[in-house]
Structure formats: structure tokens, C-alpha cells
Design a protein around this ligand. Structure first.
Ligand code: AMP
Length: 286
């Protein structure tokens, strides 16, 4: 496995792979790898001749008061995991190379980036779409893998790739959860014991919503109200948003329809967690 820090070296290596007629899968990450990331790597390993994992804590997707400085970083542990999974390349550029002093260009998907998480994290998705475009241009993957856990991100990236005719296929993999249901996230390590318990309100409130829908309740406000009451029962939990939206447009839906997304963001103490389920034909997908 090669660990590549340099952008030019990464591009050249990717071209070498492609010249040999091999396919290349990319998993963009911010590191602190867990089983959620590994599920994407395993899928990429099955579907491509070569697999690249990028590890880059992208400064421009963090707000000024967010956790850029304390975000967990552990290249040697991440590299070990990647090697074990048969990854060919770990791409680990530094921020000065990605954003030199004269950097001026951003990519923004209008009308999707300012909804849901974008409301409380202004500029976040602009940072994501900019870095993902750069990674696609540098690595030239055939397929790039993203997690359903960050549903809005996946929807925005799909839109961007389609709108800008970027020659890459996007695959979105189901959310991987701990045994008790909490969606795996690099940020879960911030939670203390009590918060870790309280964090279960995210998956549990979504499961209760799923039960209501399966029992025939279609009114979004009723479902949101029930999720809200569930979450408010926990001392450390503070709701950022609970939304039921169309899974293409991210616009709120009044009645549950096929292909809608129930998404929420909740502060557990000082940690902001997100989770979601997709409802398709009246059933939840993940
Ligand atoms: P991150 O390192 O948090 O930026 O995540 C990198 C990729 O892994 C993104 O596409 C995430 O959606 C995906 N991911 C993160 N957590 C999970 C999870 N629990 N299950 C599946 N995919 C995940």
C-alpha cells in the first residue's frame, strides 16, 4: 500500500493505473476510520481493481466555532486499517497544498446546500463540494463511495456530479451502526458515558417514526412531533432540526410519500450528531 502526500504524485499514479485498463474506486474520508468507512472500502474493493482512500480534514467545511482543531487524527492507525482491508493508496494531502494562498475557486450546489444541516452550518456544503471536486480531479476515480449516514451530502454530491458532468459514478452505502443502534461517527468519541446513552435517542426516535409510518400515519407534522417528544426526554439532548423532506429536492413534505428522507441533527452535550432514515414505499431503508 502506498501513502501519497503529494497531489501531482497522486494524479500520476492514478493515470498509471488507468493506462493499464484498471478501474479505480475512491473513498473520500476525514480519517479516524471506523466500521462505517470500512464498509465503503470493502464495497470498493469488490467492485474495482484498485482502491484509494483519501484522508483529509478539510478546513473549509468547518465553521469558525466548530471542531476543526480537535477533530480526531490518527494516520498510523488509519493506515493500518486500510492496509488490512487491501487498500492500494492512501492519499493524505496537507491543507497548504490543497488550498495554497492564492486559492480562489469554490463549487456550490445552490438550493440544496442551505437546507437542513446547511442552515446551522453555513458554508459547510460549499466546503464539501469544493474538496470533493478537487479530489475527483486529482484521483480520477471510476466510482466514488459515500455513506447514507450523511444523506444530504450524498444527495448534494449526486446533484453536483450530474450538473457538472463529472465522469464518476456515485454509490451510496447504508449506515453502519453500533450494536445498540447508534450510527458510527468519528465524533462519537467526544461523548461521555451519560451522553453516549442519551445519543441513542437519535436512532430510537427514528425507529419510533418508522413504526408510526408502518402503522399508517402519514402526516409529517405528527411524526415530527412524536420524534421531538422522544428526544426532549433526554437531559443532554438539544434538537437542531427534525425534517421530513423529499429525498431529491430536500423540500419538506406534508405527507409521507415514497422516497422521503427523515433527517435530524441533535446536540448531545457539546457534540452535534446526525442520523436519518429513507422511507421508500412506506418502509424504511436504513
Ligand atoms: P467522514 O470521514 O465522516 O467525512 O466520512 C467519510 C465517508 O464515510 C462519508 O461518505 C460518510 O457518509 C461515510 N460514513 C461515515 N459514517 C458512516 C457510517 N456510520 N456508515 C456508513 N458510512 C459512513
Amino acid at each position: 500500500m502506498r501513502i501519497i502526500h503529494n497531489i501531482k504524485e497522486m494524479s500520476e499514479f492514478s493515470q498509471e493505473i488507468k493506462c493499464k485498463g484498471k478501474t479505480l474506486g475512491l473513498i473520500p474520508t476525514m480519517g479516524a476510520l471506523h466500521k462505517g468507512h470500512l464498509s465503503l472500502i470493502r464495497r470498493a474493493r469488490k467492485e474495482n481493481n484498485a482502491v484509494a482512500v483519501s484522508i483529509f480534514v478539510n478546513p473549509i467545511q468547518f465553521g469558525p466555532k466548530e471542531d476543526l482543531k480537535k477533530y480526531p487524527r490518527n494516520l498510523s492507525q488509519d493506515a493500518k486499517l486500510c492496509k488490512k482491508e487491501g487498500v492500494d493508496i492512501v492519499f493524505y494531502p496537507d491543507a497548504n497544498q490543497m488550498y495554497p494562498a492564492n486559492f480562489r475557486t469554490c463549487v456550490e450546489v445552490e438550493g440544496l446546500s442551505d437546507l437542513l444541516c446547511g442552515k446551522s452550518r453555513p458554508g459547510h456544503f460549499k466546503g464539501v463540494t469544493t474538496v470533493v471536486t478537487k479530489l475527483f480531479n486529482i484521483v480520477s476515480p471510476d466510482i466514488a463511495y459515500f455513506g447514507q449516514k450523511d444523506a444530504q451530502q450524498a444527495i448534494i454530491i449526486n446533484r453536483m456530479v450530474c450538473d457538472l458532468n463529472i465522469p464518476v459514478k456515485i454509490k451510496v452505502m447504508p449506515t453502519v451502526r453500533d450494536k445498540d443502534g447508534l450510527a458510527l461517527s468519528s465524533r462519537n468519541i467526544y461523548l461521555d458515558k451519560e451522553e453516549r446513552k442519551d445519543a441513542l435517542v437519535l436512532p430510537r426516535s427514528l425507529n419510533s417514526a418508522k413504526d408510526l409510518i408502518e402503522a399508517g400515519i402519514k402526516d409529517s407534522d405528527k411524526i415530527i412531533h412524536s420524534i421531538r417528544r422522544f428526544i426532549q426526554s433526554k437531559k443532554t439532548a438539544k434538537i437542531d432540526y427534525i425534517s421530513i423532506v423529499d429525498s431529491n429536492t430536500l423540500k419538506p413534505v406534508k405527507k409521507i410519500t415514497d422516497n422521503c428522507l427523515i433527517a435530524l441533527a441533535v446536540w448531545i452535550g457539546k457534540t452535534r450528531l446526525i442520523d436519518n432514515i429513507i422511507i421508500s414505499k412506506g418502509r424504511s431503508l436504513s
